[in-house]
Ligand binder design. Structure first.
Ligand SMILES: Cc1cc2nc3c(=O)[nH]c(=O)nc-3n(C[C@H](O)[C@H](O)[C@H](O)COP(=O)(O)OP(=O)(O)OC[C@H]3O[C@@H](n4cnc5c(N)ncnc54)[C@H](O)[C@@H]3O)c2cc1C
Length: 379
């Protein structure tokens, strides 16, 4: 076994760390307050090659692997989890699925602009009555000649309002329970409407809206994969996406630990730094230890994916461990900083608000436990 990162991965980590420190961290609070999509930094991620990680060079990508993506997602999340969230929705949930399931024509048409960050990608499965239970979506796609006619509403969609291209799912009614099918939808299609925008607790730079389909005409050539392949495509996309969310959790937990640890060394009460109390230092020791475990699980999930070995169980374990840890690290971080951690001018409160989402989207912690326990009982 080799726990060391390759020189290439170390170089990428250092480059993303520097970019995150110089360009992302300084504007993280501003975009959190204004709830605006950080378009300049999104385009800058394109120039750095981050929006094309894990996409082969022939399509303009960086030709890197999922471990590289996990490292980049972690480093971005340390500075601004929303920026990592935006990259995940764009790359893991839209660009990569088009690369993995798209035909030659679709790859040629959509990948270059997405990879260069000239267009923004999004992903829509969730509906008002279909959250954890994605099989219960009600959106329909009825074939009429050389088009499908889509009807339905996708809710909460990350990057939705700023997206140019989205991978969405609808049922083809005549196929019954096996009818879920994936489609690539583009701005300007008749009957494709950007709906309600959301005001959120955290991850506020990653903007969300509903995607509304009212007799939306989607050409046959925009179907992604085969009719009825949608559920398999969706589950596979979510597996890859969970590596990204696990990495977000690791980055957030690291940020909370760094801040809590340095604060606890500087803050004196009763004549000594607060870190000299076991009540504080043991909290930090637990988070430090669990962070190492969460990072290893996350890297292992990416490593398995890169070797084309089954990785969905490991991705679920990584997401569960890393995102619950992010919430714990941020909660304890606020506690360790006392009133100062509760104030809006401390980034700790942002970590706390951002961390909560990581335990909810792309499968809640309960859903990850379902995946893990099913694998265990099947075994
Ligand atoms: C900010 C944000 C961004 C999002 N971005 C996207 C996006 O880009 N694209 C997209 O398609 N979706 C997106 N989502 C949707 C997200 O993936 C869902 O919110 C999530 O899967 C949970 O679904 P739900 O909110 O409907 O909760 P529900 O499924 O209603 O769950 C509510 C609670 O019940 C629990 N629960 C449900 N079933 C079980 C069970 N069988 N056993 C135990 N507990 C259970 C859940 O864990 C949860 O705690 C986003 C959501 C948010 C909040």
């Amino acid at each position: 076994m080799d726990f060391d990162l390759s020189e290439k991965h170390k170089l990428l980590r250092d480059r993303v760390r520097q970019f995150a420190a110089e360009k992302v961290a300084p504007v993280a609070d501003k975009f959190d307050r204004t709830q605006q999509f950080p378009l300049d930094n999104f385009r800058a991620m394109g120039k750095l090659g981050l929006t094309g990680l894990a996409i082969p060079e022939e399509f303009g990508g960086s030709g890197a692997d999922h471990l590289a993506f996990a490292i980049a997602a972690e480093e971005l999340s340390r500075a601004c989890a929303s920026t990592s969230d935006i990259l995940n929705a764009h790359l893991a949930l839209c660009t990569e699925p088009i690369f993995m399931y798209g035909n030659a024509q679709q790859r040629k048409k959509f990948l270059p602009d997405l990879v260069k960050a000239e267009k923004v990608g999004a992903f829509g499965i969730t509906e008002a009555d279909a959250g954890s239970d994605i099989a219960s979506i009600k959106s329909t796609a009825v074939r009429q000649g050389d088009h499908y006619v889509l009807n339905g509403i996708k809710v909460f969609i990350t990057n939705g309002d700023v997206s140019d291209t989205a991978v969405v799912f609808a049922n083809i009614p005549e196929l019954g329970k096996r009818g879920m099918t994936a489609f690539i939808v583009e701005n300007g299609m008749t009957g494709y409407i950007k709906g309600k925008k959301y005001d959120k607790l955290g991850m506020r730079a990653g903007t969300n809206c509903d995607l509304v389909f009212e007799n939306c005409r989607v050409p046959l050539e925009n179907r992604l994969g085969e009719e009825g392949q949608g559920m398999a495509i969706c589950l596979s996309i979510l597996d890859y996406g969970r590596i990204g969310i696990a990495a977000q959790g690791v980055g957030l937990a690291q940020a909370a630990l760094d801040l809590a640890s340095s604060y606890s060394r500087g803050r004196k009460q009763f004549g000594s730094p607060i870190c000299s109390n076991q009540g504080i230092s043991w909290k930090l020791a637990d988070i430090y230890t669990q962070l190492e475990a969460a990072r290893l699980l996350t890297y292992k999930a990416a490593w398995l994916a890169d070797r084309k070995q089954p990785f969905s169980l490991c991705a679920a374990m990584a997401k569960l461990t890393a995102t619950e840890l992010a919430m714990k690290a941020a909660t304890e971080g606020v506690q360790i900083m006392g009133g100062y951690g509760y104030m809006m001018d401390s980034p700790m409160q942002r970590y706390f608000r951002d961390a909560k989402l990581t335990t909810i989207y792309e499968g809640t912690s309960e859903v990850q436990r379902m995946v893990i326990s099913r694998a265990l009982t099947r075994a």
